[in-house]
Structures are given as C-alpha cells and as structure tokens.
Design a protein around this ligand. Structure first.
Ligand SMILES: *Cc1c(COP(=O)(O)O)cnc(C)c1O
Length: 410
C-alpha cells in the first residue's frame, strides 16, 4: 500500500473507492506481492534444486491457489479438503504434499487414491500404511527434530511436547517399521512452527535432518517446512531469507555430494508468501470515551480476524480515511459479545466514526480462520491483479447462515 496525493492505494487502486464499491469489511489481496515473495524465495535458493510448496491453510481462495500453480509452486495441504481444492485449482497430484496430523488411516487412503504425496507423522499410521501398501506407494516421514521454533507456544510445533511429527528419538523404531514392511521412504520432512526469527534455529534443524537423511537410502527430497517470520510492525525484524539461502545452500549441496544424489530441497511457506499481500478494511462504528480509555469500535470482530486474540498477534492499523490527522491513542475493539480487542493503546491518525481502518498483514490466517460467530456474515474477498480489482468471494447473507440447517416440527 502506498500513499499518493494523500490517498492510499494498493497497486494503483484507491483504497477508499474499494471500500465504497464493495462495502466494508473486506479482505483485499495483492497478487503482485505474492508473486514477488515467491520469486524472492526462489532467488534466495537458486543454488539448489529447490521447490516451494504453498501452505494453503494460510489462505485458500481458489484464485490464490491458481496463482501459485501458475508460478510453478507445489502445494502443501493439511487436510483432504485442501487436497481436493488443490486438485480443483489444477495442481498435478504429485505436486501436492499431504501433511495431515492425527487423521484417520481412512482419510490417508483417500489421499492415496487421489495420487498425492503422503507425509506420515506417527508410527501407528506408518505401520498401518506399510501393511496396506508395502513398497507400492512411497512415503515421506515427518520428523520432529525437537528444536524450538515459533513466536508463540501455540504456533511452535517442534518442542518436546508437540503432537506433530515422529520424534528423532524413535528413529530406530521407524527404520524397523520401514524395513519389515519393505517400504520406500522418498522424503523426509520437518516443520517446527511459525514465526521463527533466528536462522540459526533453521540451520540447526537442517543439520539434524541431514543426519537423519543419512539413515535412509533412496530419498528424492528433504522438506524443511516453513515458519519464516515476516515483518508485522514497522521496523520489525524478520527472517533473513537471503542469508538463510546462502548458508543452507552450502550445507545442502555438501550433503548431496556425500549422499551421492542431487536431492530436491522443499519449503512450504504460507505466511511468507501471502501475509503482506493482504489488507483487511473495516469501518469505525463508534468512538467511545470511557473513564480511562478511548475505544474505537469497528464493524468487525474476532469472527473476521482472530489472530490478535488467539495469538496475541500484532496487526498494524492505518486510518486510510485520514492520512494526515493528529496521532491519537485508541484501543481498537470489535463488535462481538466477547472481549475482542484488536490492539491496546495504539497510536493512530485521528479517527472519526465512519472512517476506514486498514489492517496490514491480513493475507495469512485471517480470512482462513474466520467464522460466523454471533451470526455475522463472513466478509467479501477482493483480488487486485495487474492493477485491476476483482471480487473473488461474495459477502455472505442470511441464506448462508441457514444453509445445511434443517427445520423440524417443534
Ligand atoms: C502451517 C504449516 C506451514 C506454513 O507455515 P507458515 O508459518 O505459514 O509459513 C507449513 N507446513 C506445515 C506442515 C504447516 O502445518
């Protein structure tokens, strides 16, 4: 978003006009940013055989999936439904990695039928899978390297108490299951959480994974997951992807030489690819002065954007209706009958009732986590592509709330 002649624009489109055209609240996504993030990642790892799978749970609008498919990305799907969306978006089944957690063997069998890559994250399922398929369907194994990543315990998946992956301490058991069932392990995977800041954490994880990889002959790829941190605050620190690219490329290429094969290096970023490409626009309903605080109450709430309440996430907010107002302090809250505070004591250009407030970093885990709580409609989604705006999801209406409900005689 840039400011030109005192008006905020997203890729050349006036933000206030967008709000007036589609109504607020709306989610707006900028494809140019998604494309540039994808290219940034490919460039940082140009020295290895790299593949980037878009972790689509971050934002599953079918157009976003298609965009990444057209760029040459693969897809990381955590549910059979995401697999199906990926296939509908046109992904080749072998370009979809299915990485579920605690799902039934039945769901995994459904994914096998759809022809996607299977990533297994517990020994019980590995064993059942081996009994059914033996060497006929290769698998990837999700390893928990027990390194600490993640900006918040809720988004950290690599620690000792995590439900994700198979502990490296169980490697002997894994190998026994693989050998006795004559299984083919084509890949190894780790994903240790979101918002990992320190590239040393990554590199430590890499080293552990490469050591594990020595134990498996016949690998085709190693998937290092994701968790790249993006800037949320102005001047925020974030993962230095170029530095990581340099160091990891060196390590990985050295390993491939020792291993005797040019393995593929896979990443599966969600946030890195789409977070900064998203904007959430909402109107200010009321300015409410209480004894100690000035609240700005919006026509949205945790039903549309739950990250601040769920993860204590910081989302920067800009009053796009008043770019040059005096900065004042507000506590910005939603309209839901819960305490849904978007931010405490935020310095924002003076807000009036009716102004539009823009949340930044609204691409990842925002619309995707929205709900109908308080029987509110989920917002519309708009994509800006090549300088033009397109409505890509309609705002819901009362029929959407009643869909699938069955009225009985009472
Ligand atoms: C959520 C998830 C990702 C993406 O994480 P980001 O922090 O959004 O990049 C990647 N891989 C798996 C297995 C995931 O569950």
């Amino acid at each position: 978003m840039e400011i030109i002649n005192n008006r905020y624009q997203i890729d050349g489109i006036d933000v206030i006009e967008l709000c007036e055209k589609y109504g607020a609240p709306i989610y707006v996504y900028e494809t140019a940013k998604m494309q540039s993030q994808y290219k940034r990642m490919m460039k940082a790892f140009k020295g290895v055989n790299v593949k980037v799978n878009y972790a689509c749970k971050a934002l599953t609008n079918i157009n976003v999936l298609k965009l990444f498919k057209n760029l040459g990305a693969g897809l990381d799907a955590v549910s059979i439904q995401e697999v199906k969306l990926g296939l509908l978006a046109g992904f080749n089944p072998q370009d979809i990695m299915y990485t579920p957690n605690c799902v039934s063997i039945d769901e995994i069998e459904d994914a096998v039928k759809l022809g996607v890559k299977i990533n297994i994250d517990n020994i019980s399922v590995l064993e059942q899978f081996g009994h059914i398929h033996g060497k006929s369907i290769p698998v990837c194994i999700r390893i928990n390297p027990h390194i600490l990543g993640g900006g918040n315990t809720k988004i950290s998946t690599g620690h000792i108490d995590s439900k994700f992956g198979i502990s490296i301490y169980q490697l002997t058991h894994v190998k026994r299951v693989v050998e006795t069932n004559d299984m083919i392990v084509e890949g190894l995977h780790m994903h240790t959480g979101s918002d990992i800041l320190d590239i040393d954490v990554f590199l430590k994880g890499t080293e552990i994974m490469l050591n594990v990889a020595k134990e498996f002959k016949g690998l085709d790829y190693i998937d290092f997951g994701s968790g790249f941190k993006v800037p949320y605050k102005p001047d925020d620190i974030f993962t230095d992807i170029d530095q990581l690219g340099k160091e990891l490329t060196k390590k990985f290429n050295t390993f491939c030489k020792e291993y005797g094969k040019d393995l593929q290096l896979i990443f599966e970023p969600g946030k890195f690819l789409v977070s900064e490409a998203g904007y959430f626009l909402a109107r200010v309903n009321v300015i409410k002065q209480t004894t100690a605080t000035v609240f700005a109450g919006l026509d949205t709430g945790l039903n549309h954007l739950i990250r601040p309440m769920f993860y204590d996430a910081y989302h920067h907010m800009i009053n796009v209706s008043n770019p040059n107002g005096k900065p004042r302090i507000y506590t910005v809250v939603g309209y839901i009958c819960e305490t849904d505070t978007f931010g405490w004591n935020r310095k924002i250009s003076e807000l009036d009732e009716g102004d539009y407030l823009c949340f930044l970093n609204a691409g990842a885990y925002c619309f995707a986590m929205s709900s109908n709580y308080n029987s509110r409609y989920r917002p519309a989604e708009v994509i800006i592509h090549h300088g033009k705006d397109f409505l890509v999801r309609k705002r819901e209406n009362i029929d959407d709330l009643l869909r699938n409900q069955i009225e009985i005689e009472l």
